[in-house]
Ligand binder design. Structure first.
Ligand code: GLV
Length: 317
């Protein structure tokens, strides 16, 4: 990618619930920056007509980005800047430098162990004062198929392998760290590989290519897998999940992300005891990480160089 033309960054709008802390840390590090902040929903057209740069996970609900020439997305996933329309390509788009892998991997492992150790069943029995022995299962000797072999998928792979799982990676190219993924397959093999999964982890970004990747047909190929989605809800045919559970294609599902968030109260997923719902908390952005990533990118921009965290507009991550 060509270097961006050097442009001055003096005025920064922060669109985040953490805007006060982010602005305070920014000002401490770079007192020459002028900042404004609000929840992203409350950022105004006037703010954006004032700003050179915008920091936030989502696009503010205004028609244009005003004078903004650089957007620093505070999340790992930048899909909010591509859908429903792509951020104008004349605006630089960078993403968080934080590694969300360790946190999302622990989230995923906690769900796998909760299912294997039947925590929900023992919880229910406990509160009914029922002594109800049942055999827990082991992760050891089972197969984890991880779709997405980047930072997040790689950390998941390491934890599942450490507990004795056979770990298979699926990615766009079929590449992946051979020290983590005992087998690596391209996404064209997803249906065949899903048939071998005890754990089917979705740890990939939402792009034009991955939207709806896990179709009803892929789910129908599963043989009692546990679906664990820490990526984006729209990667899977969410409406097919209840059917997949009823048909036994899936044994359980642990979902942190949903096609529509917050998950609507009418969704059947809420009340299904085979589904573990969490409210998009598996990988959290920190104030320190946001500011460090922004400042690292700013240093590059000021040197006339392309920031390391620049989003590839064609790949969409
Ligand atoms: C959260 O979902 C993120 O993309 O960082």
């Amino acid at each position: 990618m060509a270097s961006p033309a050097l442009f001055p960054v003096r005025r920064v709008v922060v669109g985040s619930t953490q805007h006060e802390a982010v602005r305070a840390a920014l000002t401490a590090a770079r007192p020459d920056l002028d900042t404004r902040g609000a929840r992203y929903q409350d950022v105004t057209a006037d703010d954006l007509a004032w700003a050179d740069a915008y920091i936030g996970f989502k696009r503010p609900p205004v028609p244009t980005m005003g004078t903004v020439r650089w957007v620093h997305c505070t999340g790992a996933g930048v899909d909010a800047w591509f859908s429903p329309t792509e951020l104008d390509r004349s605006i630089l788009l960078t993403r968080s430098s934080e590694s969300f892998g360790p946190m999302i991997a622990e989230w995923a492992l906690a769900r796998a162990l909760a299912v294997a150790q039947r925590l929900r069943e023992f919880d229910a029995a406990q509160f009914e004062r029922r002594w109800a022995p049942r055999d827990p299962h082991l992760l050891r000797g089972t197969t984890a198929v991880i779709v997405g072999t980047g930072d997040v998928g790689g950390h998941c792979g390491r934890l599942f392998a450490a507990l004795g799982c056979h770990v298979i990676g699926v990615s766009r190219t079929g590449a992946g760290d051979a020290a983590v993924f005992a087998e690596r397959h391209p996404v064209s093999a997803l249906t065949q590989v899903a048939a071998r999964a005890d754990w089917l982890l979705l740890m990939l970004p939402l792009t034009d290519d991955t939207r709806g990747l896990v179709t009803r047909e892929v789910l129908a190929a599963c043989r009692g897998a546990v679906l664990i989605n820490g990526g984006r809800g729209a990667v899977v045919d969410e409406a097919a999940i209840p059917d997949a559970l009823d048909a036994g294609w899936l044994r359980a599902a642990a979902l942190d992300v949903f096609a529509v968030e917050p998950l609507p109260a009418t969704s059947p997923l809420w009340a299904d005891p085979r589904v573990i719902v969490s409210p998009h908390i598996s990988g959290l952005t920190t104030v320190e990480g946001t500011v460090a990533g922004f400042l690292e990118c700013l240093t590059s921009i000021e040197a006339g160089a392309t920031p390391r965290w620049t989003v590839d507009r064609d790949r969409q991550y």
